[in-house]
Design a protein around this ligand. Structure first.
Ligand code: B12
Ligand code: SF4
Length: 542
């Protein structure tokens, strides 16, 4: 095979790092293979089919590699209006609000299904109009929903779960895919392969001038946050998380020199100043300290004045790392505290102690950290009680007292049930989910289940959230979110994960926690008044 066209399927604009790594990898091994990257997100919806057709006609690819990053639109967090509509629909006491929410929900469902239908139409277009081209498809969303999506793709399209470098190379060389995580549909039969040894990342580095030449749309990302991967894999077992399924549990490191070379090339050649370590987890454990330390030291040594961020286990931050993080330009951070109750955390196999998380925040504060922190809470996780909810409110207060209230933004991020996670397995066993359910099939009943917020605590958690969101309606928090995560610093609302910005600007998570505390305290005092009433009735007789 002599030519590959990579098509990044449309999603909210985000640097298509996966396809850039794939193209780079192939170029190093097969420099004669012609390659081109097409990012469909950058086209208006109506022009996407012609963009695919034109690129395929002009480029004449032997292989078309589709990269499907996101599907999720019913996000379980308050940065996304779909959660608010869903909560209004299920829990609002005002019937008018329920009706309005049901219309908004229908619109969202329509958008959700059209998004999937449109994304599927591009592989079908290639299959019909360019039948000689082999189709391969991969990416985060494809990996998450491979079993469902393969049924909807043209027969013969090869699906790859997780990393794609070796698989694409094998397809080009005509080698067997038996040792890769492939999925293939032949009529009604599905065939799957299992990955042998995952690729080592010791030679992975990006040749930016080459990339620039095959990705003419790169200019759209000048000034945006650029993704850089420093390792693959996560050894933890957090029950709701799909990342170890996607990347594997074994951590594979890229040499720090190569990671920083990537950053430095983007810095000098594209003028990039904001970076996101796309690792499932930047600090995967104590074993990762040498690599993380060297990356940050090299950023400093090369005088790269950047702002960076990523998913970071605050519980693993040491005083030394905190200093290096701050000096090398760490920006705003998103910290998944999940719950303020150690019992809930242990039940989710989170693998960290709250005290260590607080220590990490303390070290950051001592090192002069000036960024903001989004503190993600997954209220109503399994084993949640009224008491543990109050502990979550307390934990926010602890973090706010360490870092300063003006820096800490709690965000309600309910557990979303994803396929191939431990949580999904548990809920199937408990009968909460029924075997054979389709995670892509959204109905009012399934949405209610997949945004995990079960009875009996659900209604007053929802009440607290709705109360907070209503209060904030139309209001905007004066504090701007401008850290490293922002994609366009001049605008507001430009956090790299633009979906979260709503929650930050309104700081409504704080209100939701405080409302929850109010509701819980009043329930407690009603209960104790009732108890003492009962006791005073009993006492005279006894
Ligand atoms: C880092 C990250 C982010 C960062 C991105 C920062 C940045 N500037 O890049 C932030 C925090 C902004 C983010 C946001 C969101 N994310 Co995110 N994110 C990730 C994460 C952890 C890594 C993605 C990544 O860049 N990896 C590194 C690159 C090199 O890998 P890659 O792109 O996946 O490509 C590799 C493979 O997928 C494969 N591959 C890719 N394409 C192709 C094509 C072919 C043909 C082949 C063979 C292989 C192949 O090979 C590549 C190289 O090995 C993944 C989870 C994970 N561990 O993968 C979730 C993930 C991709 N995100 C996800 C989602 C849903 C989102 C959000 C929509 C969440 C939300 N609702 O708010 C938002 C919005 C994203 C957007 N479009 O704006 C989901 C997607 C699955 C789904 N349910 O649809 C994932 C899988 C997490 C999850 N929930 O399980 N995200
Ligand atoms: S939540 Fe983070 S630490 Fe836990 S398994 Fe997922 S990536 Fe790893």
């Amino acid at each position: 095979m002599e030519s590959i066209l990579y098509i990044f399927l449309p999603c909210k604009k985000v640097y298509p790092i996966g396809v850039t790594y794939l193209a780079d990898f192939i170029h190093r091994r097969k420099p004669d293979v012609r390659q081109r990257i097409l990012d469909l997100s950058l086209f208006p919806e109506a022009q996407r089919s012609s963009a695919v057709r034109d690129a395929a006609t002009e480029f004449k690819p032997d292989l078309v590699c589709f990269s499907w990053r996101d599907i999720q639109i019913f996000s379980p967090h308050e940065g996304d209006s779909s959660l608010e509509h869903a909560f209004n629909f299920y829990f609002a006491s005002n019937p008018l609000k329920r009706i309005v929410a049901s219309f908004a929900g229908l619109q969202q469902l329509y958008r959700y299904y059209s998004h999937i239908r449109a994304a599927l139409s591009y592989p079908w277009l290639i299959a019909k109009e360019f039948p000689k081209a082999q189709i391969i498809i991969g990416g985060g969303a494809f990996t998450a929903f491979a079993d469902q999506l393969i049924q909807k793709l043209p027969e013969g399209a090869i699906g790859i779960l997780g990393e794609g470098e070796d698989a694409i190379l094998k397809v080009i060389e005509g080698q067997s895919l038996e040792n890769e995580r492939y999925i293939l549909r032949e009529g009604k039969t599905i065939r799957k392969g299992q990955q042998g040894a995952p690729a080592l990342l010791d030679a992975l580095t990006v040749d930016l001038p080459y990339l620039t030449s095959i990705f003419p749309q790169y200019q759209e990302y000048l000034g945006e946050s650029i993704g850089v991967q420093s390792k693959r894999g996560c050894p933890y077992d957090c029950a709701f998380c799909l990342y170890p399924y996607i990347e594997g549990k074994r951590v594979r490191y890229r040499p720090p020199s190569m990671v920083v070379k990537d950053i430095s090339q983007h810095y000098h050649q594209w003028g990039a100043r904001r970076f996101w370590f796309t690792d499932a987890q930047f600090i995967t454990g104590k074993e990762a300290y040498p690599q993380c330390t060297e990356i940050l030291e090299r950023i400093l040594a090369e005088k790269l004045e950047i702002e960076w961020s990523g998913y970071i286990r605050t519980s693993l931050i040491t005083p030394e790392l905190a200093k290096l993080m701050v000096r090398s330009g760490v920006g705003d951070l998103e910290v998944a505290i999940t719950s303020g109750s150690q019992v809930v955390l242990n039940n989710l196999h989170m693998g960290f102690k709250l005290e260590r998380l607080y220590d990490g925040c303390r070290y950051l504060a001592e090192a002069g950290f000036k960024g903001k922190v989004i503190l993600n809470y997954s209220l109503n996780s399994p084993k949640e009680t009224e008491e543990s909810l109050l502990q979550s409110v307390e934990s926010y207060k602890v973090v706010a007292s360490i870092l300063g209230e003006e820096r800490v933004f709690p965000l309600m991020f309910f557990l979303g049930i994803q396929p191939n996670t431990d949580l999904e397995q548990r809920l199937l066993e408990e009968g909460y989910l029924s075997a054979g359910y389709n995670p892509l099939m959204l109905t009012p009943t399934s949405i209610r289940k997949l945004l995990y917020n079960p009875a009996p605590l659900n209604s007053f958690i929802a009440k607290a959230c709705l109360r907070a969101w209503e209060r904030k309606e139309g209001s905007r928090d004066p504090r701007k979110w401008t850290g490293s995560l922002s994609q366009a610093p001049k605008e507001t609302g430009s956090y790299a994960d633009k979906n979260l910005i709503r929650g930050i600007e309104g700081n409504s998570g704080r209100d939701a926690l405080l409302s929850l505390e109010e509701i819980l305290r009043s329930r407690q005092s009603i209960r104790s008044a009732k108890d003492s009433g009962e006791r005073s009735v009993i006492t005279p007789a006894s």
